[in-house]
Design a protein around this ligand. Structure first.
Ligand code: NAD
Length: 463
């Protein structure tokens, strides 16, 4: 039965069939408060456990996730339209991030600092309850990047999944209990941003917000957090550049470019949605790109060979269209890939030529399978064009010249760059944005610092 009009529930829709997958109850403010209070109690219990035991429980959580990879992945295919290949990787990423940070409880070292007439030591203390707020585009990895290091650093977590995609987060919450983590230590609270998310920001027991989502909501959270000087980590939007120099392996650059932007149907904050090509190879690059785009397999995301699925919702498809067909002055579509017709929120991979760098499709985050291509003349112009954006999340640089690769990497104002590759995310290396793409870094060895407070203790030794 559909509860479509009930404000206390949300129907999760399969984006490839438009059928209701499940109906989820949305928490109100009282339920959110209870989850936060219980998490605070569980945190005190968690912090009393021996570091080795906390590590062991996190490893067990990783193992339980590992034994449910296929269930989690299938649920993400239905509830979010991710391709099965991607969804398996995403569930595996949760396992890997848990395993990586399970080593942390026994390695949260402080320092001993030389001082007169005593000794001075520092401790990395947990914050208490951390609120993790997740967007709909990568429900599993983004949840894990928040909760795994937060728990490893001795905190409890209240986690709000996005309204559209709560199912895998809810399952991860159940798996945490199955693995033996204290009840309520990781509490998944499905609900609206304006209710549950806002309450995380205003509740004094929540000491930090770890937010991933749009820049507009991130700004609002940062403003709200100021009232209690609440800590924030923000991972926001992007408009990343894929810079292709004439001296690159042009075949590889063109063959991989579609996957750098159309993966997850372009609903990826790291999508390289602007391609900058050196003018002397521009026409040849476009020929190669056209055949690569036509090879992208768009279809039933549950099929093993699917490379791209549908968009998350009809609303998102309307937004994407507004940058191409429905723009006040429609942009020039250079070529397109294919997409199924009929039920499902499908949109084909689309390559466009903006009229100028002022065009919204060149400046704004489309969050769909649309990429804009423009030529540049030299290295300085490429860097200037790449940096001409409010964002600074990721980017790629294609060249065979090592010096140029390093110069351009240092010149582009973005947190995650790759040379002759499009990889952005490894759980062992830091991830985050420059400028309006965010604040702080997730993953890697340093993420633990943003889930702890440094405490300094001086002990007088007397004379
Ligand atoms: P969104 O900002 O609308 O929502 C993100 C989350 O915030 C959801 O859970 C939502 O319910 C919640 N929220 C909404 N209003 C809130 C409020 N007032 N207070 C507290 N929480 C609130 O974003 P979205 O549409 O779900 O996700 C798409 C955006 O996320 C894109 O702009 C994308 O670039 C960005 N994103 C960034 C990264 C990154 O790592 N930088 C990763 C993924 C997505």
């Amino acid at each position: 039965m559909s509860h479509g009009d009930d404000p206390r529930t949300h129907d999760v829709i399969d984006p490839s069939t438009e059928q209701v997958v499940d109906t989820v109850e949305l928490a109100d403010v009282e339920q959110t408060d209870r989850a936060i209070e219980r998490a605070a109690a569980a945190q005190r219990q968690w912090a009393r456990l021996a570091p080795a035991d906390r590590g062991r429980l996190l490893r067990r959580f990783a193992d339980v996730v590992d034994s449910h990879i296929e269930d989690l992945a299938r649920l993400e295919v239905r509830g979010a339209g991710h391709t099965i290949g991607n969804a398996r990787w995403e569930a595996g990423n949760v396992r890997d991030v848990l395993a990586y940070y399970s080593a942390a409880p026994e390695r949260l070292f402080g320092r001993q600092i030389p001082v007169a007439d005593g000794i001075d030591v520092t401790f990395k203390e947990p914050l208490g309850v951390v609120g993790v707020i997740v967007p709909w585009n990568f429900p599993m990895p983004i949840a894990g990047w928040g909760f795994a290091p937060a728990l490893a650093a001795g905190n409890a977590v209240v986690l709000k999944p996005a309204e559209l995609t709560p199912l895998t987060a809810m399952m991860l919450g159940r798996l945490a209990v199955e693995a033996g983590l204290p009840e309520h230590l990781l509490s998944v609270v499905p609900g609206r941003g304006s209710v549950v998310g806002e309450r995380f920001v205003t509740h004094p027991l929540v000491r930090k917000i770890c937010f991933t989502g749009s820049t507009a909501v991130g700004q609002r959270i940062m403003r709200g957090a100021a009232d209690q000087v609440k800590r924030v980590t923000l991972e926001l939007g992007g408009k990343s550049a894929n810079i292709v120099f004439a001296d690159s392996d042009l075949e590889r650059a063109a063959a991989t470019a579609p996957y750098a932007v159309f993966d997850n149907a372009g609903q990826d904050c790291c999508a390289r949605s602007r391609i900058l090509v050196q003018r002397s190879v521009h026409d040849r690059f476009l020929e190669l790109l056209e055949s690569a785009v036509q090879k992208v397999r768009v279809g039933d995301p549950g099929a093993d060979d699917a490379e791209m699925g549908p968009l998350i919702s009809d609303g998102q498809r309307r937004t994407v269209r507004s940058f191409v067909e429905d723009a006040e002055q429609p942009v020039d579509v250079l070529f397109r890939g294919s997409a199924p017709e009929g039920a499902g929120f499908w949109y084909p991979p689309t390559v466009v030529r903006p009229r100028s760098v002022a065009d919204p499709v060149w400046r704004e985050e489309v969050f769909g399978p649309v990429v804009a291509v423009l030529p540049f003349d030299d290295e300085a112009e490429a860097i200037a064009m790449a940096n001409d954006t409010a964002y600074g999340l990721s980017g790629s640089i294609w060249t065979r010249d090592v010096g140029r690769a390093l110069r351009v990497s240092r010149g582009v104002e973005a947190g995650n760059l790759s040379v002759n590759s499009h990889s952005s995310v490894r759980y062992s290396t830091p991830f985050g944005g420059f400028k309006q793409s965010g604040l702080g870094r997730e993953l890697g060895p340093d993420a633990l610092d943003s889930f702890t407070e440094v405490k300094n203790v001086y002990i007088a030794t007397g004379d």
